[in-house]
Design a protein around this ligand. Structure first.
Ligand code: HEM
Length: 124
């Protein structure tokens, strides 16, 4: 699968889990974990989809390994950060949220590096 498609697939998975979580929060009336739900939707779905859209626009970025590394880094950020926020809210530790935040900022940094290295469109 191409890098943009993998980003979109990961984003769609986060969206589905995030929306199901939102429906559960609405039905139960317990909104305590809404910051974790918000980060799953925003970092997991919205950011991953923006990254996927950019990789689709910049095909030369799909040729190297850096795009795949970026995808794995971003997915790891979400997978570590979201449960980490749950644990932080529940008062059982902040390590996951801290490590997830560092991974997320590294994913943002890698996006900047990629945007600076690769043009939009394929060079003639
Ligand atoms: C089926 C879809 C969804 C449902 C049922 C749902 C439900 C909820 C609920 C019940 C809350 C807590 C509100 C509160 O305590 O004030 C919440 C918070 C939030 N949701 Fe969702 N949500 C859904 C999808 C999404 C999506 C797709 C996004 C972003 C792309 C999103 C972003 C947020 C944000 C940022 C908050 C935090 C708002 C705040 O704390 O002020 N949600 N959601």
């Amino acid at each position: 699968m191409t890098t943009p498609r993998l980003f979109f697939a990961f984003g769609a998975l986060c969206l589905l889990i995030g929306m199901a979580w939102g429906i559960h929060m609405s039905a139960s009336g317990d909104h305590a974990l809404s910051p974790a739900h918000a980060h799953l939707n925003l970092v997991g779905f919205v950011l991953a989809s923006i990254f996927g859209g950019w990789y689709a626009l910049a095909p030369t970025a799909q040729d190297g390994m850096l795009g795949r590394i970026h995808l794995v880094l971003h997915a790891a950020a979400v997978v570590v950060m979201v449960p980490g926020i749950v644990f932080a809210i529940q008062g059982t530790g902040e390590t996951g949220a801290k490590i997830g935040s560092v991974l997320a900022i590294l994913s943002g940094l890698m996006f900047l590096v990629q945007v600076l290295r690769h043009p939009i469109g394929r060079p003639a």
